[in-house]
Design a protein around this ligand. Structure first.
Ligand code: MG
Length: 250
């Protein structure tokens, strides 16, 4: 069931999203060669708790950390460990916050130092996929308009669009209906209605679309070892279109 939010709930979700946006501003300068994934995770957890929030992913279905940190060929759900970033890596950072009972969700892929032109292009196209998907949210549009916006730009660039994972409603829970695939699926295609809060999150591979889950039951990697990028915003559907509730002010 899709939960439409009332103005009070939207205000709560907006505050949760504002804190999450601040977390990314705080983390970005720390994404450097030599930093460990565990260091980034600890920093993030401390930042959230000091400001009265709770890491929404920590303990969710047993996930053991505050951040999903997905380096290079890791698509999503990477578990922070002692691995240290090296120049040329790309790292997907995905996190959610619960603040006063309201949830936010956002992700970004960042370069570690200078990266290859291929990595740069993958990141910029995936980011544009997210921008186009948000622009597709307008009066009368449906979930498939978001899916089509992502899929067409990614495939035009020769990239693989991950099918097994998708965007979703968010706000009162971490994951709510509807599912928002990044390809036009045969599944439900509800209309987008003012008061919906949704997380749109293209996951795009430089190679084929195929992915597999590692033995830790979380880490999703590309089957062919190619790079993958992931961007995500929590968005409010309004009567005129969409408002981004999370943002990157950098
Ligand atoms: Mg999400």
């Amino acid at each position: 069931m899709i939960k439409l939010k009332n103005p009070e709930q939207i205000e709560g979700i907006r505050k949760s999203c504002a804190l999450l946006s601040e977390l990314y501003v705080f983390l970005k300068p720390n994404v450097l060669p030599g930093v460990s994934l565990l260091d980034l995770d600890r920093m993030a957890e401390e930042f959230i708790r000091e400001r009265g929030g709770k890491p929404a992913f920590l303990g969710y279905e047993g996930f053991p950390a505050t951040l999903c940190l997905s380096v290079n060929e890791t698509v999503i759900h990477g578990i922070p460990d002692k691995r240290r970033l090296v120049e040329g890596d790309i790292i997907g950072i995905d996190s959610g916050i619960e603040l006063n009972g309201y949830f936010s969700d956002a992700a970004i892929t960042l370069p570690v130092g200078s990266v290859s032109p291929e990595a740069q292009k993958l990141m910029s196209v995936t980011r544009e996929c997210l921008d186009r998907a948000i622009e597709a949210v307008m009066p009368g549009s449906r979930i498939h308009d978001i899916s089509r916006a992502v899929f067409s730009l990614a495939t035009r660039n020769g990239y693989g669009v991950v099918r097994q994972y998708c965007g979703h409603g968010v706000g009162i829970d971490v994951h709510e209906d509807p599912q928002i695939p990044n390809y036009v699926s045969p599944g439900p295609n509800p209309r987008l209605i003012a008061g919906m809060t949704i997380a749109i999150e293209p996951m795009i591979n430089a190679g084929t679309a195929s992915v597999k889950v590692l033995d830790d039951d979380w880490t999703v990697v590309t089957m062919d070892g190619s790079l993958s990028a992931h961007y995500e915003h929590t968005v409010l559907v309004t009567k005129d279109g969409a408002e981004r509730l999370t943002s990157w002010s950098f």
